[in-house]
Design a protein around this ligand. Sequence first.
Ligand SMILES: C[S@@+](CC[C@H](N)C(=O)[O-])C[C@H]1O[C@@H](n2cnc3c(N)ncnc32)[C@H](O)[C@@H]1O
Length: 213
Amino acid sequence: MDFTPELNAYVLAQATPDDDLLAELTKTAQATLQNPQMLSGTVEGRFLELLVFATGTKRILEFGTYAGFSALTMAAALPEDGRLTTLELSQEHADFARGFFDRSPHGHKIEILVGPALDSARSLEGPFDLVFIDADKDGYVDYYEVALEKLAPRGLIVADNTLANGGVVDANATGNAVGIKRFNDHVRADTRVRSVLLTVRDGVTLVRHANAG
Ligand SMILES: C[S@@+](CC[C@H](N)C(=O)[O-])C[C@H]1O[C@@H](n2cnc3c(N)ncnc32)[C@H](O)[C@@H]1O
């Protein structure tokens, strides 16, 4: 089945729409930030929100904040004492996101650490119930290794863009697809985990410890 524009529009219409703050965040990011296509958007946002809810997640680690869309949508499904730590290299992106977190009833659950995500992640103490990997694609294997180390026994790693716009099946692919292919091969060969790549948006891979109790 091909995902035609009509089918994508249909899928979008089936998702609970973004609330007013998320809609404003999206509009403002599109008008003022570079690369607004990096924002995960309504369908993936609802997917993440439902994953957080269904797993009873209390601690989240996110690699790559950008405008704060995925952080806000996941934070909305956390309990009051839940915490989300999001890692971002760009001060501009962190400031943009913080401005929206401060206006959200869920913003107090979110902490942003500015700097290279690998260094920040290494400095954090686990365990995390859910780790969302969505920063630079070259870093995915390293982020995954730190995430797995700090993942709760029954936790979930969620990695975004694992289809790389179809580049994963292009033998001559360059750019992001190279890092993503390396990541997909790494996960598939890893006997410590069980995983699946879902065709949500640009591909979302779910990973858990194989030996979860
Ligand atoms: C795809 S966007 C994140 C989108 C966001 N998770 C969402 O779904 O709305 C990737 C972000 O990772 C950040 N980034 C890139 N390299 C990074 C690094 N080495 N450390 C931390 N953040 C990085 C970029 O500045 C960008 O804001």
